[in-house]
Write a new protein. Structure first.
Length: 406
């Protein structure tokens, strides 16, 4: 379903082909653990393999459009074309203030580096999500989806990273070159203090085979406390670790798939992340299709002060719909998880699917209006933008502000 990840035309399993899944929980096996090995979605996902991929590429080549992919968007209001919600390519970068971010240990901040990569700062802990810094999201350096916007923060501009969150193993979410660079940087700048990589089940063995050992892996609903002094035992809650700069990370379900090479389809898990601070709670959906799982996440772990939800890479719907939400679905997730504010990710950085790169923000504006949401409830920001949260109780903090806190 996702050829832009790993060149399905060259490597079948790297396309993200999925299978028909029927879940049957047993006392010793969670329902999303496939009895034959690997993992399953909570809700069945249609089968899409090489024939469906070739059909999509043939239709794309000949310009065949599907009615369900067409959304009538109103003209840009006067004076808005080129603004953050009605962007024009090439997308501009918002200058980032690395010194300010490095000095910040007080206020929660979110900085969009591009695609699904962002820096999150909570309670003095610096977290980096789904680091993708390479030019291409591909196993090949000369072929595959190429960035159209550079990372808003270069690797050497990042503050010390304490925790890395990986949602799944696709090339645009788990960039081996970036992970190795993070470790090398830590050896130089903070000897003995490598970041801890929190990854889905199955990814730890893969990374260890690539020489990356600072890894802990998670099943859905597993939690762990981590922070500036390293990580703590799984299952330990934030309340049980009251000293030092720490957060609690919880791995939560998503509707997606995994593959990185031939023969490893769905052999590793996928999901999203919840980050719990003392007074700030954050949710990242990873890559996902829409399903009732988000209501469960909202009931168990919500409400959230901020959520990062994908809004791009959604057409054609017959192919992408089961594993990639569109802006309308993203608004439903925002509501299901009980987020006070959300921000769109997974758009405007790579040309991955059939919709124009500039469409997701415009379509989100319409979806937000249809749902009766105020503009600040679900935001889009420019590459490089930082949002920060003023002080307040969890669930009742003042609205986010743009810029680095001083």
């Amino acid at each position: 379903m996702k050829p832009f990840h790993s060149l399905m035309a060259l490597l079948l399993a790297a396309t993200g082909a999925s299978s028909e899944w029927a879940l049957a929980k047993t006392p010793d096996r969670p329902a999303h653990h496939d009895p034959s090995g690997g993992f399953l979605n909570t809700y069945p996902t249609p089968s899409h393999g090489m024939p469906q991929f070739l059909k999509w590429r043939w239709q794309h080549w000949w310009g065949i459009n599907h009615t369900e992919d067409q959304v009538e968007l109103p003209p840009d209001p006067p004076g808005t074309t080129g603004d953050v919600e009605h962007p024009l390519e090439p997308f501009p970068l918002t200058p980032v203030d690395p010194a300010c971010l490095a000095a910040n240990t007080r206020h929660p901040t979110y900085t969009w580096i591009g695609h699904s990569t962002f820096l999150l700062q909570v309670d003095g802990v610096n977290l980096l999500a789904d680091p993708y810094f390479s030019d291409r999201a591909s196993p090949l350096t000369f072929m595959g989806p190429k960035r159209v916007v550079p990372p808003a923060l270069a690797m050497d501009q990042l503050p010390p990273i304490h925790v890395v969150l990986i949602s799944h193993n696709h090339y645009d979410h788990m960039d081996l070159a970036a992970l190795r660079a993070l470790n090398e940087r830590a050896k130089t700048n903070t000897p003995g203090r490598q970041p801890i990589l929190l990854v889905p089940l199955g990814v730890k063995a893969y990374l260890r085979g690539k020489g990356i050992f600072n890894v802990e892996e998670f099943d859905w609903w597993d939690s762990q406390v981590a922070g500036t002094e390293g990580y703590r035992a799984k299952g330990q809650t934030l309340a049980e670790k009251k000293s030092g700069s720490t957060i609690e990370a919880v791995f939560v379900p998503a509707q997606h798939f995994t593959a990185r090479g031939a023969g490893d389809l769905n052999k590793t898990l996928w999901g999203g992340w919840v980050v719990k601070g003392k007074t700030f709670r954050f949710y990242y959906a990873g890559d996902t299709g829409y399903a009732p799982i988000f209501q469960d996440i909202g009931q168990r772990l919500g409400p959230f002060d901020l959520a990062a939800i994908p809004i791009g890479a959604y057409n054609p719907r017959w192919m992408m719909g089961p594993v990639h939400v569109n802006p309308e679905d993203a608004v439903k997730i925002h509501q299901d998880i009980r987020a006070r504010q959300s921000v769109g990710v997974h758009w405007g950085t790579l040309s991955q699917t059939d919709e124009p790169l500039s469409e997701p923000p415009r379509r989100l504006v319409q979806a937000r209006q249809t749902a009766g949401l105020a503009p600040d409830r679900f935001l889009v920001v420019r590459h490089g933008a930082t949002l920060w949260s003023p002080e307040g109780p969890q669930g009742a903090r003042p609205p986010l502000r743009e810029g680095c806190p001083r």
